[in-house]
Design a protein around this ligand. Structure first.
Ligand code: BGC
Length: 368
């Protein structure tokens, strides 16, 4: 696709040159304008025509908008990419991997220069990377890794670190006792990293016998209502005995805390989270959720937009300044840009979330 655009741009220049030469005998006459007196206007017209034909076109395929963050990712990506002169086509798949695949096929039929995918299913999305490559379109795997394929670039947070922040927080607070361990969607590769990071802290204490892991369960599709049902089951199976809960993100923490509240336990049992959703930040203030992990999706999306535009314009990944890491996806070490996550508790909500403009003071402290 990119080659085709280059050829078209070259042809445009050639046509312009022929036009200028044809108009040579009356050199002040712009080739295509009825306005005989304004040469510069004529040449500006040709330039802007050239600009729009060289405007790169980027596809963004989102797995879901279930969590608040993804709207921020989408909006920040679009705004930044457009600011940099790109056109952005966006599709969101409502958590349905088949729908996502057909949306990607549709995007690929629209002359893309580059494709950004947030995969619903880390494995099945690999076929879409192959399709894109057949069409000479490079692919950025955004936030979630696409496994076992030659994906061109990965942009995310340090996801193992996210889990480490959750695990460290929980084990510092509750070094002994009964733990319930929840993990994210099994089709999302990030869920594995989050859990692995947290277990670096929890497992040694479990091995020592200080911590008992009474429940260990993945939550399909990161669904809050599913998390609530599983938490109800866990509480019933353990006669409501629980001292700490590892919840992988804020959405699922919400479901878990609802189940705790039904047993009069909300606020009595530490629960982790991730994403800095508004509801979660309010729960942290009221004391029913203990922490969240802030990943500034605006920074992630803007960085992705910058790199996407550069790649769409033909820059090689090896020439990109920001690549700071490599992450293996089962097939290759994918050149990666990884940002740093931050633990949020009551103590730094103002500094990290309000001063940075993630939320306004009214959103966080205003009445519901
Ligand atoms: C993201 C999290 C998000 C989760 C559910 C993960 O891949 O990193 O921020 O909460 O998906 O959408």
């Amino acid at each position: 696709m990119r080659n085709l655009k280059k050829v078209l741009a070259l042809l445009t220049v050639l046509v312009m040159l022929v036009g200028i030469m044809a108009g040579c005998s009356s050199s002040n006459q712009p080739a295509s304008s009825g306005n005989t007196s304004d040469v510069s206007n004529g040449s500006n017209d040709s330039n802007s025509g050239n600009d729009s034909s060289s405007k790169v076109r980027i596809g963004l395929s989102l797995a879901t908008l279930q969590e608040e963050r993804w709207q921020r990712d989408r909006d920040a990506f679009k705004n930044k990419a457009e600011l940099l002169g790109a056109e952005v086509l966006i599709q969101s798949a409502n958590g349905d991997e088949n729908l996502q695949n057909s949306q990607i096929e549709n995007l690929l039929s629209q002359n893309l220069d580059l494709l950004v995918i947030i995969p619903q299913n880390a494995d099945s999305a690999a076929a879409m990377v192959d399709e894109a490559h057949k069409a000479d379109v490079k692919v950025i795997s955004y936030d979630r890794m696409i496994m076992n394929t030659d994906v061109d670039l990965y942009i995310s947070f340090d996801n193992e670190k996210v889990g480490e922040l959750q695990g460290k927080f929980l084990t510092d607070l509750v070094p002994e006792g009964i733990y319930y361990i929840f993990s994210g969607s099994p089709t999302d590769n990030n869920a594995k990293y989050f859990k692995a990071g947290a277990m670096k802290y929890i497992q040694p204490l479990a091995d020592k016998g200080d911590i008992t892991i009474a429940y260990d369960q993945a939550i399909e599709g990161w669904k809050p209502d599913q998390a609530m049902k599983l938490m109800e089951n866990a509480l019933t199976a353990n006669s409501n005995k629980v001292d700490a809960v590892l919840a992988p993100n804020d959405g699922t923490a919400g479901g878990i805390i609802q189940a705790l509240a039904a047993q009069g336990l909300a606020g009595k049992v530490p629960v982790t989270g991730q994403d800095a959703d508004l509801a979660a930040v309010k729960r942290i203030i009221e004391g029913t959720q203990s922490m969240t992990v802030f990943k500034d999706a605006r920074k992630e999306a803007e960085k992705a937009a910058e790199l996407a535009v550069q790649m769409a314009q033909g820059k090689e990944v090896s020439e990109l300044a920001d690549v700071n890491s490599k992450v293996n996806n089962g097939k290759i070490d994918v050149p990666s840009v990884l940002l740093a996550p931050i633990t949020i508790t009551k103590d730094n909500i103002d500094k990290e979330l309000i001063e940075s403009g993630w939320f306004t003071k009214e959103q966080v402290y205003g009445s519901n």
